[in-house]
Write a protein that binds this ligand. Structure first.
Ligand code: SF4
Length: 501
């Protein structure tokens, strides 16, 4: 019976830690034919030495490291190196978005033996089972696996994903006291994270979800959703839910049973959604949405340009973004709208156009929350095999006109400029002036309309900042808001795009 250690390297602060849902799913799958243990670096701040300590006391056949990319790559490297140094015979497997998007990069490292692409539940279970059988076991048949053979990297065929109902709740007890993961947010005093549906049926060219799931989505049954949320509410005492679904609202007929569950449980909730899906909901569904106490929906508006939305295969239109802001206002749901500014082409014009569009949204619904990212497309090679070659983006060039060359090793991905790229915080084609302009606009906007998600800043400070920013916002005088930068240093307004809820 293989025994596997699953590690979630530190990616966020202790107070922002949420259930490591992917590891809980993997653990549930592994325990069907073996056993597993979870170390979560978001809660266990000394997770590398605790990993080594665990490995000194227990025999593990393999270690699985979850790697999201961005700021999680450096701690993933650190823990993998430490394991290789102290336990050179133990197999190290990377899974998650990073090895799915960049399997060759992951496997270029001497401390990564296998890369599990996309949903790992079955791939990892089959791999640790094969490893237990010894060197004679064949790996070629394990779908979704990338591995090294005779000095070459082999990519086995991809695996379709599944959402089978195991009939029991996730193994939360593997996390010690799971109540540690309930957080105070604007939704409630004990907000729990949950993932109901997985995947997304759209193919946006910039999106890691599209790269991982290739335009497929699966929803849970109503019974499963009720069982999981009922456990969180009645056993753990959760009073609100943050859905980590890639896209909660899908086709209305499929959503209705899930909305009925939410309406019965009456837990205030937050989720990802699309403007077109919300606009299509019937009056009956909106009644359920209101009864269920949906507080905020994160909607990828991306751009005010219909042309750009077509190019990135978003499938929505700018007029739908404006309409959904108004619709949400009428139903008491806060739309959290994200935009991607500074695309590689028409960089300045698109950015200024976006600023004006955001102002229009604020006129329609002043409660709209705005998230501003830099547009950082995925390398063509990272897109899902079904989507490669479809609307390929033009070759990317940096600010000097030189081609953008993506990192070839995990270590290169830890350089600050590439962490920023992965987090949509900066791009090689931005000039210093435009970078400054975006920062200034975002500062004025954030101060003028402080987010409701910020529980840390006192209300009087938010009111004072809003008043101080109002003349700049009114007269579009965004440039060098030194007084707001200074005030921000004292108040430290929360940035939802950095810290989450
Ligand atoms: S709709 Fe959202 S989750 Fe789906 S592919 Fe597009 S950006 Fe990704």
């Amino acid at each position: 019976m293989p025994h596997t250690l699953l590690i979630n390297p530190t990616i966020t602060s202790r107070s922002s830690a949420r259930f490591p849902l992917s590891l809980l799913h993997l653990s549930a799958a592994l325990d069907r034919s073996g056993s597993s243990r979870i170390i979560d670096g978001n809660v266990d701040r000394d997770f590398i030495s605790d990993t080594l300590q665990a490995m000194a006391h227990e025999r593990f056949d393999a270690v699985g490291v979850s790697v999201m990319g961005g700021p999680q790559v450096a701690p993933a490297i650190a823990v993998s190196r430490a394991i290789r140094e102290h336990h050179p015979d133990v197999t190290i497997i990377w899974g998650g978005y990073f090895p799915t998007l960049y399997p060759d990069v992951a496997l270029s490292a001497p401390y990564v033996d296998y890369a599990v692409r996309a949903q790992g539940d079955h791939t990892l279970r089959e791999l640790v089972g094969a490893l237990e059988q010894g060197s004679g076991a064949s790996l070629e048949h394990i779908a979704g696996l990338s591995w090294k053979k005779d000095g070459h990297i082999v990519h086995n065929p991809s695996r379709g994903f599944t959402h089978a109902d195991p009939g029991v709740v996730l193994p939360y007890d593997k996390l010690g006291d799971p109540r540690r993961y309930l957080a105070r947010t604007f939704l409630g005093r004990r907000t729990a994270a949950h993932q109901a549906a997985i995947g997304c049926r759209y193919h946006c060219t910039f999106c890691g979800v599209a790269a991982m799931f290739g335009g497929a989505t699966l929803l849970p049954t109503a019974a499963r959703l009720e069982r999981e949320l009922g456990y969180l509410k009645h056993q753990l005492g959760a009073d609100s839910i943050q859905f980590f679904d890639h896209n909660f609202f899908d086709r209305e007929e499929d959503m209705l049973p899930l909305l009925e569950v939410m309406a019965r449980l009456e837990l205030p909730w937050w989720c990802y959604a699309r403007s077109d899906a919300l606009l299509k909901l019937s009056a009956h569904s909106w009644k359920l949405v209101r009864r269920s106490r949906l507080r905020m929906a994160y909607i990828g508006a991306e751009s005010p340009s219909g042309q750009m939305l077509k190019e990135i295969r978003k499938g929505t239109r700018p007029d739908q973004t404006l309409a959904v802001a108004e619709l949400c206002r009428r139903h008491g749901v806060i739309p959290e709208l994200s935009f991607m500014v500074a695309p590689p082409e028409h960089t300045e014009e698109e950015t200024e156009h976006t600023f004006e569009f955001i102002r229009e949204l604020k006129r329609i619904n002043p409660h709209s929350e705005i998230i501003i990212y830099i547009y950082t497309p995925l390398p063509e090679s990272s897109r899902n095999e079904k989507d490669r070659g479809r609307r390929p983006s033009a070759p990317l060039c940096d600010v000097h006109g030189e081609p953008v060359v993506f990192p070839a090793t995990p270590e290169e991905w830890t350089q600050p400029r590439w962490v920023d790229y992965a987090c949509h915080a900066d791009a090689p084609w931005l000039t210093d002036e435009l970078r400054r302009r975006i920062h200034d606009f975002a500062t004025v906007l954030r101060c003028r309309y402080p987010t409701v998600q910020d529980l840390r800043s006192p209300p009087w400070a938010k009111r004072a900042l809003s008043a101080a920013a109002s003349w700049r916002y009114h007269f579009r005088r965004y440039d060098r808001p030194w007084e707001l930068d200074l005030a921000n240093r004292l108040v430290r307004l929360r940035l939802p795009q950095v810290s989450g809820l």
